[in-house]
Design a protein around this ligand. Structure first.
Ligand SMILES: *Cc1c(COP(=O)(O)O)cnc(C)c1O
Length: 417
Protein backbone atom coordinates (compact mmCIF):
# COMPACT_ATOMS: atom_id res chain seq x y z
CA UNK A 1 0.00 0.00 0.00
CA UNK A 2 1.35 3.41 -0.91
CA UNK A 3 0.26 6.91 -1.82
CA UNK A 4 1.69 7.15 -5.31
CA UNK A 5 -1.11 7.09 -7.88
CA UNK A 6 -2.15 8.37 -11.29
CA UNK A 7 -4.66 11.15 -11.60
CA UNK A 8 -5.55 12.39 -15.08
CA UNK A 9 -2.72 10.22 -16.43
CA UNK A 10 -0.17 11.95 -14.27
CA UNK A 11 1.75 10.43 -11.35
CA UNK A 12 1.04 12.00 -7.98
CA UNK A 13 2.69 11.59 -4.62
CA UNK A 14 -0.18 12.15 -2.21
CA UNK A 15 -1.78 15.35 -3.54
CA UNK A 16 1.22 16.69 -5.42
CA UNK A 17 1.97 15.98 -9.09
CA UNK A 18 5.48 14.50 -9.11
CA UNK A 19 6.25 16.55 -12.20
CA UNK A 20 5.65 19.75 -10.24
CA UNK A 21 8.25 18.74 -7.66
CA UNK A 22 10.77 17.79 -10.29
CA UNK A 23 10.31 21.10 -12.12
CA UNK A 24 11.55 22.74 -8.97
CA UNK A 25 14.28 20.36 -7.79
CA UNK A 26 15.50 18.68 -11.00
CA UNK A 27 16.50 15.05 -11.54
CA UNK A 28 17.53 12.56 -10.34
CA UNK A 29 15.34 13.06 -7.28
CA UNK A 30 14.23 10.81 -4.45
CA UNK A 31 10.65 11.58 -3.44
CA UNK A 32 9.09 10.15 -0.29
CA UNK A 33 5.50 10.04 0.93
CA UNK A 34 4.86 11.00 4.55
CA UNK A 35 1.50 9.27 4.65
CA UNK A 36 2.95 6.00 3.34
CA UNK A 37 5.69 6.00 5.95
CA UNK A 38 3.18 6.67 8.69
CA UNK A 39 0.79 4.01 7.47
CA UNK A 40 3.55 1.38 7.36
CA UNK A 41 4.81 2.29 10.80
CA UNK A 42 1.30 2.23 12.27
CA UNK A 43 0.66 -1.17 10.67
CA UNK A 44 3.51 -2.61 12.77
CA UNK A 45 2.43 -0.71 15.88
CA UNK A 46 -1.12 -2.01 15.74
CA UNK A 47 -0.01 -5.54 14.79
CA UNK A 48 2.18 -5.71 17.91
CA UNK A 49 -0.24 -3.87 20.18
CA UNK A 50 -1.39 -7.07 21.98
CA UNK A 51 2.12 -7.54 23.44
CA UNK A 52 4.80 -5.44 25.14
CA UNK A 53 6.94 -4.24 22.26
CA UNK A 54 9.36 -1.70 20.86
CA UNK A 55 9.76 -1.02 17.16
CA UNK A 56 13.32 -0.09 16.27
CA UNK A 57 13.40 1.20 12.69
CA UNK A 58 16.50 -0.02 10.82
CA UNK A 59 18.29 3.26 10.15
CA UNK A 60 20.40 1.88 7.31
CA UNK A 61 17.40 1.46 5.01
CA UNK A 62 16.78 5.20 4.76
CA UNK A 63 18.73 7.35 7.16
CA UNK A 64 17.68 10.88 6.26
CA UNK A 65 17.20 12.70 9.57
CA UNK A 66 13.82 14.10 8.48
CA UNK A 67 12.55 10.53 8.16
CA UNK A 68 14.18 9.42 11.40
CA UNK A 69 12.66 12.43 13.13
CA UNK A 70 9.14 11.53 11.98
CA UNK A 71 9.54 7.93 13.09
CA UNK A 72 10.94 9.02 16.45
CA UNK A 73 7.94 11.34 16.89
CA UNK A 74 5.61 8.43 16.20
CA UNK A 75 7.36 6.51 18.98
CA UNK A 76 9.92 4.44 17.07
CA UNK A 77 13.26 3.45 18.46
CA UNK A 78 16.19 2.90 16.11
CA UNK A 79 18.29 -0.08 15.10
CA UNK A 80 21.77 1.23 14.29
CA UNK A 81 24.91 -0.39 12.90
CA UNK A 82 27.55 2.35 13.23
CA UNK A 83 28.65 5.43 15.13
CA UNK A 84 27.41 7.50 12.21
CA UNK A 85 23.93 6.02 12.52
CA UNK A 86 24.02 6.67 16.27
CA UNK A 87 24.80 10.30 15.50
CA UNK A 88 21.94 10.51 13.01
CA UNK A 89 19.46 8.84 15.36
CA UNK A 90 20.34 11.21 18.19
CA UNK A 91 20.32 14.30 15.93
CA UNK A 92 16.86 13.27 14.76
CA UNK A 93 15.60 13.27 18.34
CA UNK A 94 15.48 9.55 19.13
CA UNK A 95 15.53 8.86 22.87
CA UNK A 96 18.83 7.01 23.48
CA UNK A 97 17.06 4.39 25.57
CA UNK A 98 15.22 3.26 22.42
CA UNK A 99 18.39 2.62 20.40
CA UNK A 100 19.75 -0.88 19.77
CA UNK A 101 23.15 -1.35 18.20
CA UNK A 102 24.03 -4.36 15.98
CA UNK A 103 26.93 -5.08 13.63
CA UNK A 104 29.89 -7.47 13.53
CA UNK A 105 32.57 -4.78 13.50
CA UNK A 106 31.87 -2.17 16.16
CA UNK A 107 35.04 -0.23 16.99
CA UNK A 108 36.16 0.71 20.50
CA UNK A 109 35.33 4.37 19.83
CA UNK A 110 31.86 3.49 18.61
CA UNK A 111 31.22 1.30 21.64
CA UNK A 112 32.35 4.03 24.05
CA UNK A 113 30.20 6.63 22.33
CA UNK A 114 27.14 4.38 22.42
CA UNK A 115 27.69 3.56 26.10
CA UNK A 116 28.08 7.22 27.01
CA UNK A 117 24.95 8.05 25.04
CA UNK A 118 22.94 5.58 27.13
CA UNK A 119 21.60 3.28 24.41
CA UNK A 120 19.14 0.52 25.27
CA UNK A 121 21.50 -2.33 24.35
CA UNK A 122 24.26 -3.70 22.20
CA UNK A 123 23.44 -6.65 20.02
CA UNK A 124 26.74 -8.44 20.37
CA UNK A 125 28.02 -10.64 17.58
CA UNK A 126 31.09 -12.44 19.05
CA UNK A 127 32.97 -13.42 22.21
CA UNK A 128 35.75 -10.98 21.33
CA UNK A 129 33.23 -8.15 21.13
CA UNK A 130 31.73 -9.14 24.50
CA UNK A 131 35.16 -8.88 26.05
CA UNK A 132 35.85 -5.50 24.49
CA UNK A 133 32.49 -4.04 25.56
CA UNK A 134 33.10 -5.35 29.08
CA UNK A 135 36.51 -3.67 29.21
CA UNK A 136 35.27 -0.34 27.86
CA UNK A 137 32.30 -0.36 30.23
CA UNK A 138 34.69 -1.02 33.12
CA UNK A 139 36.95 1.85 32.06
CA UNK A 140 33.95 4.17 31.91
CA UNK A 141 32.60 2.94 35.24
CA UNK A 142 29.40 1.69 33.65
CA UNK A 143 27.50 -1.50 33.04
CA UNK A 144 26.82 -2.23 29.39
CA UNK A 145 23.37 -3.64 28.55
CA UNK A 146 23.76 -6.45 26.03
CA UNK A 147 21.87 -8.98 23.99
CA UNK A 148 23.64 -11.72 22.08
CA UNK A 149 22.86 -11.91 18.42
CA UNK A 150 22.18 -15.55 17.73
CA UNK A 151 22.47 -17.02 14.27
CA UNK A 152 19.65 -19.59 14.20
CA UNK A 153 20.84 -21.24 10.96
CA UNK A 154 17.56 -20.71 9.15
CA UNK A 155 17.33 -20.09 5.43
CA UNK A 156 15.34 -16.89 4.81
CA UNK A 157 14.80 -17.97 1.17
CA UNK A 158 15.99 -14.64 -0.18
CA UNK A 159 18.92 -13.33 -2.24
CA UNK A 160 22.25 -14.70 -0.89
CA UNK A 161 23.62 -11.16 -0.40
CA UNK A 162 20.79 -10.32 2.00
CA UNK A 163 20.57 -13.58 3.94
CA UNK A 164 22.23 -13.24 7.33
CA UNK A 165 21.04 -16.13 9.46
CA UNK A 166 22.85 -19.09 7.91
CA UNK A 167 25.84 -20.85 9.46
CA UNK A 168 28.04 -19.60 6.64
CA UNK A 169 27.08 -15.93 7.22
CA UNK A 170 29.36 -13.65 9.22
CA UNK A 171 26.59 -12.50 11.55
CA UNK A 172 25.92 -13.48 15.14
CA UNK A 173 26.92 -16.29 17.43
CA UNK A 174 26.08 -19.80 16.32
CA UNK A 175 23.02 -21.41 17.80
CA UNK A 176 25.11 -24.34 19.09
CA UNK A 177 27.52 -22.08 20.96
CA UNK A 178 24.82 -19.77 22.30
CA UNK A 179 24.45 -21.25 25.80
CA UNK A 180 28.22 -21.34 26.36
CA UNK A 181 28.60 -17.78 25.15
CA UNK A 182 25.82 -16.57 27.44
CA UNK A 183 27.40 -18.36 30.39
CA UNK A 184 30.76 -16.79 29.57
CA UNK A 185 29.16 -13.36 29.22
CA UNK A 186 27.47 -13.78 32.61
CA UNK A 187 30.92 -13.92 34.21
CA UNK A 188 31.91 -10.52 32.84
CA UNK A 189 31.44 -7.90 35.56
CA UNK A 190 30.62 -4.87 33.47
CA UNK A 191 27.90 -6.42 31.36
CA UNK A 192 24.22 -6.64 32.07
CA UNK A 193 22.67 -9.39 29.98
CA UNK A 194 19.16 -8.33 29.12
CA UNK A 195 18.24 -9.78 25.77
CA UNK A 196 18.57 -12.01 22.78
CA UNK A 197 18.63 -10.90 19.15
CA UNK A 198 18.24 -12.52 15.76
CA UNK A 199 17.90 -11.13 12.25
CA UNK A 200 17.93 -13.75 9.51
CA UNK A 201 17.83 -11.67 6.38
CA UNK A 202 15.94 -9.21 4.27
CA UNK A 203 13.10 -9.22 1.73
CA UNK A 204 11.56 -12.32 3.35
CA UNK A 205 8.21 -13.02 1.73
CA UNK A 206 6.83 -15.95 3.73
CA UNK A 207 6.23 -16.54 7.43
CA UNK A 208 7.99 -19.92 7.46
CA UNK A 209 11.55 -18.73 8.12
CA UNK A 210 10.29 -16.40 10.88
CA UNK A 211 8.39 -19.21 12.57
CA UNK A 212 11.33 -21.57 12.37
CA UNK A 213 13.77 -19.06 13.82
CA UNK A 214 11.39 -17.81 16.51
CA UNK A 215 10.73 -21.37 17.67
CA UNK A 216 14.45 -21.96 17.98
CA UNK A 217 15.00 -18.72 19.87
CA UNK A 218 12.10 -19.30 22.28
CA UNK A 219 13.43 -22.74 23.10
CA UNK A 220 16.89 -21.27 23.65
CA UNK A 221 15.57 -18.56 25.98
CA UNK A 222 13.88 -21.22 28.09
CA UNK A 223 17.18 -23.12 28.28
CA UNK A 224 18.98 -19.90 29.26
CA UNK A 225 16.47 -19.30 32.04
CA UNK A 226 17.06 -22.79 33.40
CA UNK A 227 20.72 -21.77 33.56
CA UNK A 228 20.00 -18.62 35.53
CA UNK A 229 20.17 -16.16 32.65
CA UNK A 230 17.16 -13.92 32.57
CA UNK A 231 16.17 -12.56 29.18
CA UNK A 232 13.89 -9.54 29.22
CA UNK A 233 14.10 -8.43 25.59
CA UNK A 234 13.43 -10.67 22.64
CA UNK A 235 14.58 -8.98 19.44
CA UNK A 236 13.22 -10.66 16.31
CA UNK A 237 15.06 -8.42 13.85
CA UNK A 238 13.66 -7.03 10.63
CA UNK A 239 13.47 -8.48 7.18
CA UNK A 240 9.82 -8.44 6.17
CA UNK A 241 9.66 -8.21 2.40
CA UNK A 242 7.73 -5.80 0.21
CA UNK A 243 6.12 -5.96 -3.21
CA UNK A 244 8.59 -4.86 -5.86
CA UNK A 245 6.99 -6.89 -8.62
CA UNK A 246 4.76 -9.89 -7.96
CA UNK A 247 5.84 -10.77 -4.42
CA UNK A 248 3.03 -11.25 -1.92
CA UNK A 249 4.68 -10.88 1.48
CA UNK A 250 2.60 -11.26 4.64
CA UNK A 251 1.36 -8.03 6.20
CA UNK A 252 2.75 -6.99 9.60
CA UNK A 253 -0.63 -8.06 10.98
CA UNK A 254 -0.38 -11.55 9.48
CA UNK A 255 3.21 -11.87 10.66
CA UNK A 256 2.30 -10.81 14.20
CA UNK A 257 -0.71 -13.14 14.30
CA UNK A 258 1.57 -16.03 13.39
CA UNK A 259 4.37 -15.14 15.79
CA UNK A 260 2.57 -13.92 18.91
CA UNK A 261 1.23 -17.41 19.85
CA UNK A 262 4.76 -18.82 19.53
CA UNK A 263 5.97 -16.24 22.03
CA UNK A 264 3.45 -17.08 24.72
CA UNK A 265 5.95 -19.03 26.90
CA UNK A 266 7.88 -15.76 27.23
CA UNK A 267 5.01 -13.41 27.95
CA UNK A 268 7.02 -11.26 30.35
CA UNK A 269 9.53 -10.30 27.62
CA UNK A 270 9.42 -7.09 25.63
CA UNK A 271 9.48 -7.97 21.93
CA UNK A 272 11.62 -5.78 19.68
CA UNK A 273 11.28 -5.76 15.91
CA UNK A 274 13.56 -3.93 13.50
CA UNK A 275 11.63 -3.31 10.28
CA UNK A 276 13.38 -1.24 7.65
CA UNK A 277 12.40 -2.03 4.09
CA UNK A 278 8.78 -2.77 5.01
CA UNK A 279 8.43 0.78 6.37
CA UNK A 280 10.42 2.87 3.91
CA UNK A 281 10.67 0.79 0.73
CA UNK A 282 7.37 1.58 -0.91
CA UNK A 283 7.34 5.07 0.59
CA UNK A 284 9.81 6.40 -1.96
CA UNK A 285 10.51 6.68 -5.67
CA UNK A 286 13.48 7.78 -7.71
CA UNK A 287 12.60 10.13 -10.54
CA UNK A 288 14.94 10.19 -13.50
CA UNK A 289 14.99 11.90 -16.88
CA UNK A 290 15.48 10.20 -20.21
CA UNK A 291 18.64 11.53 -21.84
CA UNK A 292 18.82 9.41 -25.00
CA UNK A 293 17.29 6.38 -26.62
CA UNK A 294 19.54 4.12 -28.58
CA UNK A 295 18.72 1.20 -30.81
CA UNK A 296 21.68 -1.18 -30.67
CA UNK A 297 22.27 -4.19 -32.85
CA UNK A 298 20.98 -6.60 -30.23
CA UNK A 299 19.35 -4.40 -27.65
CA UNK A 300 17.55 -1.15 -27.13
CA UNK A 301 18.71 1.25 -24.48
CA UNK A 302 16.84 3.95 -22.63
CA UNK A 303 19.63 6.06 -21.18
CA UNK A 304 18.59 8.02 -18.10
CA UNK A 305 20.25 10.48 -15.73
CA UNK A 306 20.18 8.17 -12.68
CA UNK A 307 22.80 5.47 -12.40
CA UNK A 308 24.05 2.74 -10.14
CA UNK A 309 25.58 5.41 -7.92
CA UNK A 310 22.03 6.63 -7.21
CA UNK A 311 20.32 3.24 -6.94
CA UNK A 312 22.63 0.25 -6.74
CA UNK A 313 20.11 -2.50 -6.01
CA UNK A 314 19.64 -3.65 -9.63
CA UNK A 315 23.42 -3.84 -10.14
CA UNK A 316 24.16 -5.36 -6.74
CA UNK A 317 21.33 -7.86 -6.33
CA UNK A 318 19.85 -7.96 -9.80
CA UNK A 319 16.87 -6.45 -8.00
CA UNK A 320 13.65 -5.62 -9.81
CA UNK A 321 12.06 -2.17 -9.64
CA UNK A 322 8.95 -1.15 -11.54
CA UNK A 323 9.73 1.72 -13.88
CA UNK A 324 6.91 3.85 -15.20
CA UNK A 325 6.52 7.19 -16.97
CA UNK A 326 5.28 10.16 -14.96
CA UNK A 327 2.81 10.81 -17.75
CA UNK A 328 0.69 8.14 -19.34
CA UNK A 329 0.18 8.81 -23.04
CA UNK A 330 -0.61 6.85 -26.15
CA UNK A 331 2.76 5.69 -27.40
CA UNK A 332 4.49 2.64 -28.74
CA UNK A 333 6.21 0.13 -26.47
CA UNK A 334 9.53 -1.55 -26.94
CA UNK A 335 11.81 -3.95 -25.13
CA UNK A 336 14.61 -1.95 -23.59
CA UNK A 337 17.32 -1.87 -20.96
CA UNK A 338 17.13 1.20 -18.77
CA UNK A 339 20.71 2.24 -18.13
CA UNK A 340 22.53 5.05 -16.38
CA UNK A 341 25.43 7.23 -17.48
CA UNK A 342 28.09 5.41 -15.44
CA UNK A 343 31.08 3.81 -17.11
CA UNK A 344 30.25 0.24 -16.06
CA UNK A 345 28.29 -2.40 -17.94
CA UNK A 346 26.72 -3.27 -14.57
CA UNK A 347 25.10 0.16 -14.50
CA UNK A 348 21.46 -0.57 -15.18
CA UNK A 349 18.10 0.03 -13.55
CA UNK A 350 16.22 -2.56 -15.60
CA UNK A 351 16.97 -5.21 -18.21
CA UNK A 352 14.79 -6.35 -21.10
CA UNK A 353 11.86 -4.35 -19.85
CA UNK A 354 8.72 -3.72 -21.87
CA UNK A 355 8.41 0.02 -21.58
CA UNK A 356 6.86 2.98 -23.37
CA UNK A 357 9.08 4.36 -26.10
CA UNK A 358 10.00 7.66 -24.55
CA UNK A 359 11.54 10.78 -25.91
CA UNK A 360 14.53 12.57 -24.50
CA UNK A 361 13.46 14.83 -21.66
CA UNK A 362 10.59 12.64 -20.50
CA UNK A 363 10.49 11.54 -16.89
CA UNK A 364 10.40 8.08 -15.34
CA UNK A 365 9.63 6.95 -11.83
CA UNK A 366 11.62 4.04 -10.42
CA UNK A 367 9.22 2.65 -7.85
CA UNK A 368 9.89 1.09 -4.42
CA UNK A 369 13.12 3.04 -4.03
CA UNK A 370 12.60 4.33 -0.48
CA UNK A 371 14.81 1.67 1.11
CA UNK A 372 18.43 0.94 0.29
CA UNK A 373 18.16 3.65 -2.34
CA UNK A 374 19.68 6.95 -1.32
CA UNK A 375 21.30 5.35 1.73
CA UNK A 376 23.42 3.11 -0.53
CA UNK A 377 24.16 5.86 -3.04
CA UNK A 378 27.67 7.04 -3.77
CA UNK A 379 29.61 9.66 -5.68
CA UNK A 380 31.10 7.16 -8.14
CA UNK A 381 32.04 8.80 -11.44
CA UNK A 382 32.06 12.05 -9.44
CA UNK A 383 28.33 12.36 -9.61
CA UNK A 384 26.74 14.62 -7.00
CA UNK A 385 24.16 12.68 -5.03
CA UNK A 386 20.47 13.27 -5.73
CA UNK A 387 18.13 15.62 -3.92
CA UNK A 388 15.65 14.11 -1.43
CA UNK A 389 12.12 15.49 -1.07
CA UNK A 390 9.38 14.64 1.40
CA UNK A 391 5.72 15.12 0.44
CA UNK A 392 3.02 15.65 3.03
CA UNK A 393 -0.51 16.13 1.73
CA UNK A 394 -0.45 18.98 -0.77
CA UNK A 395 2.97 20.26 0.32
CA UNK A 396 6.55 19.17 -0.19
CA UNK A 397 9.93 20.05 1.19
CA UNK A 398 13.54 19.33 0.27
CA UNK A 399 14.99 17.22 3.10
CA UNK A 400 18.46 16.95 1.57
CA UNK A 401 19.63 19.34 -1.08
CA UNK A 402 21.25 18.08 -4.24
CA UNK A 403 25.01 17.90 -3.83
CA UNK A 404 27.12 20.44 -5.69
CA UNK A 405 30.43 19.97 -7.46
CA UNK A 406 32.03 21.67 -4.50
CA UNK A 407 30.56 19.02 -2.19
CA UNK A 408 32.39 16.42 -4.28
CA UNK A 409 35.83 17.71 -3.32
CA UNK A 410 35.00 18.71 0.25
CA UNK A 411 37.77 17.60 2.54
CA UNK A 412 40.24 16.91 -0.26
CA UNK A 413 43.54 18.76 -0.32
CA UNK A 414 46.14 19.29 -3.02
CA UNK A 415 49.59 18.11 -1.87
CA UNK A 416 51.75 20.97 -0.58
CA UNK A 417 54.85 19.16 0.67
C1 LIG B 1 19.28 -4.61 7.86
C2 LIG B 1 18.82 -4.97 9.21
C3 LIG B 1 17.48 -4.82 9.55
C4 LIG B 1 16.41 -4.33 8.59
O1 LIG B 1 16.15 -5.22 7.57
P1 LIG B 1 14.92 -4.96 6.58
O2 LIG B 1 14.99 -6.09 5.66
O3 LIG B 1 15.18 -3.65 5.91
O4 LIG B 1 13.69 -4.92 7.40
C5 LIG B 1 17.11 -5.11 10.85
N1 LIG B 1 18.01 -5.56 11.75
C6 LIG B 1 19.31 -5.73 11.45
C7 LIG B 1 20.24 -6.22 12.48
C8 LIG B 1 19.76 -5.46 10.17
O5 LIG B 1 21.04 -5.64 9.87
Amino acid sequence: MNYFHYQDNELYCEQVPVQKIVKQVGTPAYIYSHETLQRHFQAFESALSPIKHLLCYAVKTNSNIAILNLLAKWGAGMDIVSGGELYRALQAGTPPNKIVYAGVGKTADEIALALQSGILMFNVESRAELNLIDKIAGDLGRKAPVALRINPDVDPLTHPYISTGLKKNKFGISFKQALDEYLAAALLLHLEIIGIHKHIGSQITTVGPYMESVNKIVELVQRLRQNGIDIRYLNLGGGLGITYNEEKPPSPQQLAETLIPLLSPLSNCTVIMEPGRSIAGNSGILVTKVLYCKQGEEKNFTIVDAGMNDLVRPSLYNAYHHIQPLQIKERGEWLTDVVGPICESGDFLAKDRKLAKLEAGELLAVMSAGSYGFSMSSNYNSRPRAVEVLVKGDKFQVIRRRESYNDLIMGEMILNL
